[in-house]
Write a protein that binds this ligand. Sequence first.
Ligand SMILES: Nc1ncnc2c1ncn2[C@@H]1O[C@H](COP(=O)(O)OP(=O)(O)OP(=O)(O)O)[C@@H](O)[C@H]1O
Ligand SMILES: O=P(O)(O)OC[C@H]1O[C@H](OP(=O)(O)OP(=O)(O)O)[C@H](O)[C@@H]1O
Length: 231
Amino acid sequence: MTITIGLPSKGRMKEDSSAVLARAGFTVTAVGNDRSYRGRVEGRDDIEIAFLSASEISREIANGTVDFGVTGEDLVREGLAEADARVEFCARLGFGHADVVVAVPEIWLDVDTMADLGDVAADFRARHGRRLTIATKYWRLTQQFFSGNHGIQLYRIVESLGATEGAPASGSADIIVDITSTGSTLTANHLKILSDGVILKSEACLVRARKAEHAGDPVVAEIIQAVRGAL
Ligand SMILES: Nc1ncnc2c1ncn2[C@@H]1O[C@H](COP(=O)(O)OP(=O)(O)OP(=O)(O)O)[C@@H](O)[C@H]1O
Ligand SMILES: O=P(O)(O)OC[C@H]1O[C@H](OP(=O)(O)OP(=O)(O)O)[C@H](O)[C@@H]1O
C-alpha cells in the first residue's frame, strides 16, 4: 500500500515540516516543477507527498484522503468532532506554537477569569438588550470551552475570517477567541487573556488518520518511529 503524507505547501509551517521529515530520513522533492502539488520521497516508491495548505491537511486527514499530515493541533481539533477517536497525534514537532485564547478588552477591570465572564454573560441581556458576542473562526473550540467546560450558554458567535482582534474596538463583537504567539497583536488591540482562558496550546503535529488498513503496515510504523526519533 502507498502511504500519503500531507505537507504544508505554503505558510509558516512549510519549511519546518520538510526539515523534520528530512531529519527523519525522508528527503522530499516536488514532482515536476516547484509549484507542483505532488511530491515524492527520494528512494521510496511506497510514500507519496501531497502538498496542501495547513487547514486542507486537517480536512484531508479527517476524510482519509491522506494517511498522515503535518499541521497544527488547533486546525485538527477545530475541524473534527471527536478528534482523538478519528486521528492519532503521533508526535508534537516543536514548531508552529500558538495558543487559542479567550481575550477581553483590558478595560473590563472586573473580568479576569471564565467565571467572571460567565457572570457578565448572564447579565448581558438585561444590561445591553442582547447576548454577549464572541468574534472567532474557532467555532467548535469556543462552543466546547464555553458551553462544555464552563457552562456558559448565553453568548452568540460572530464569524470572523480576519483581523479578529479588531472586533471589540470596531463594535462587531464584545470579546474574541483567537490564536496568539507573541501576544503583540492582543496588546496592540488593548485586549487581555483571561487567567484560565487558554483553550488550547497548539503546535505542529504529525497526525495519522486512524484507518483499519494501517494495522500491521510496516511503513506506517516506520514513519512514526523515524519522525519521533528525529525530534
Ligand atoms: N502567529 C501565528 N498566526 C497564525 N497561525 C499561527 C501562528 N503561529 C502558529 N500558527 C499556526 O499555524 C497554522 C496555520 O498556518 P498558516 O497560517 O500558514 O496556514 P495557511 O496555509 O494560511 O492555511 P489557510 O490558508 O488554509 O488558512 C495553525 O495551526 C496555527 O496555529
Ligand atoms: O500573538 P502574535 O504574535 O501577535 O500573533 C497572533 C496573530 O498572528 C496571526 O495573524 P497573521 O497576521 O500572522 O496572519 P493570519 O491570521 O492570516 O495567519 C493571528 O491570526 C493573530 O492575529
